[in-house]
Write a protein that binds this ligand. Structure first.
Ligand code: NDP
Length: 328
């Protein structure tokens, strides 16, 4: 397919362009809100066309799909425009700033009959898929708890709107908690019914939170604990799933790279579990293309993106109010 990139972004430059091209896709045009940035991005990445007028780009019937990686407040309108133009849409997380907006995007795609996906890359990793399979295969028994460690150090070049622009969807909760919500949904096959949380600005956030801790109540009774931050240079990332018959320790796996270690600990001892080390974003594109071809579903579809946003926004509301927040 021929693709349009909506947003001259870092994630497009660092991961998605390569993933699309690696899957044999043609990136035909990039759209940005400023012509200079669009032009610079197109030249730097060998994209033949660029522009600022999204409707004009979408009017090209030769464009089959759109990848949206603009700032978060733009995703909703851009996705609706792309869907209305009959394009398949791979949209960055968070899908929108409000759950009803995200649901509207998903409903529009369904009505139009186009594929709509959320770019939750972590469920594309071999490590997360292996952890999910271990749980589903009963290797740790009944799940008692999940601990998500996702406190990172935001690199210099990403310290823009994320840390100081609430209107653009800044803050660690829409940035990282939304991913962790999808990890829990992917691994456990359920979403929290309610959450409690605390958040703070611990050195980077200006008007938005840069750190948050939350505890989620799951329908099964399992407990989930999540920690996300922009300000932790040496914390390392990972997840632990503890069950009645064993525990899974996945260290260093909350990342964009196919790295980290998955260990299964049971009464028999500790085993390192091998997993496929494919590119996460390449897998996301492959799954998306299969869905477009009617063979399967995207790695994370529209309802997945709505669900992860609902959890993230509930966490923020719980942290704001100090009260338990129902997820809806
Ligand atoms: P960037 O800040 O790199 O880009 C986002 C937008 O900011 C661009 O589309 C562009 O807007 C604008 N922009 C870019 N450079 C400049 C500049 N120098 N001055 C002013 N504006 C600029 O964001 P990211 O790539 O980090 O994130 C984009 C989206 O992707 C977000 O929704 C984020 O949540 C998501 N993301 C997802 C990841 C994943 O693994 N799934 C990882 C990282 C990000 P425009 O082109 O419209 O002018």
């Amino acid at each position: 397919m021929r693709w349009a990139l909506v947003g001259a972004s870092t994630i497009a430059a660092e991961h998605m362009l390569g993933a699309l091209r690696g899957a044999g896709q043609e990136v035909a045009v990039v759209q940005s809100t400023t012509a200079t940035r669009a032009g610079e991005f197109a030249r730097a990445h060998g994209i033949p066309a660029f522009g600022t007028d999204l409707d004009l780009i979408l009017s090209d019937r030769g464009i089959g799909a759109v990848y949206i990686s603009s700032t978060n407040e733009k995703h909703h309108d851009q996705a609706l425009a792309a869907i209305a133009a009959g394009k398949h849409v791979l949209c960055e997380k968070p899908l929108a700033l409000a759950v009803d907006q995200a649901a509207e995007m998903v409903a529009a795609a369904k009505a139009k009959g186009v594929t709509f996906a959320t770019n939750h890359h972590l469920r594309c990793s071999g490590s997360h898929r292996t952890v999910r399979d271990l749980i589903a295969g009963g290797r740790i028994g009944r799940v008692l708890s999940l601990r998500l460690f996702h406190a990172v150090h935001l690199p210099d070049h990403l310290r823009g709107w994320r840390i100081d622009n609430a209107a653009a969807g800044g803050g660690v909760i829409p940035d990282i908690t939304v991913h962790d919500a999808d990890v829990a949904r992917f691994l456990l096959g359920e979403d929290p019914v309610s959450v409690v949380a605390q958040m703070t600005a611990s050195g980077m956030g200006q008007g938005v939170e840069d750190s948050v801790m939350s505890v989620w109540t799951m329908p099964s009774g399992a407990m989930v604990m999540a920690h996300e931050s922009f300000t932790h240079p040496c914390a390392g990332s990972g997840l632990e799933v503890h069950g009645t018959e064993g525990s899974i320790f996945a260290a260093g796996v909350m990342t964009q790279q196919p790295v980290g270690e998955v260990a299964l600990v049971t009464a028999k001892g500790r085993d390192l579990i091998p997993y496929p080390a494919h590119d996460l974003y390449g897998q996301a594109v492959q799954d998306f293309l299969a869905a477009v071809a009617g063979q399967g579903r995207p790695a994370a579809d529209g309802p997945d993106g709505v669900a992860s946003l609902a959890v993230a926004l509930a966490v923020r509301q719980a942290a704001r109010t100090g009260a338990r927040q129902t997820v809806n």
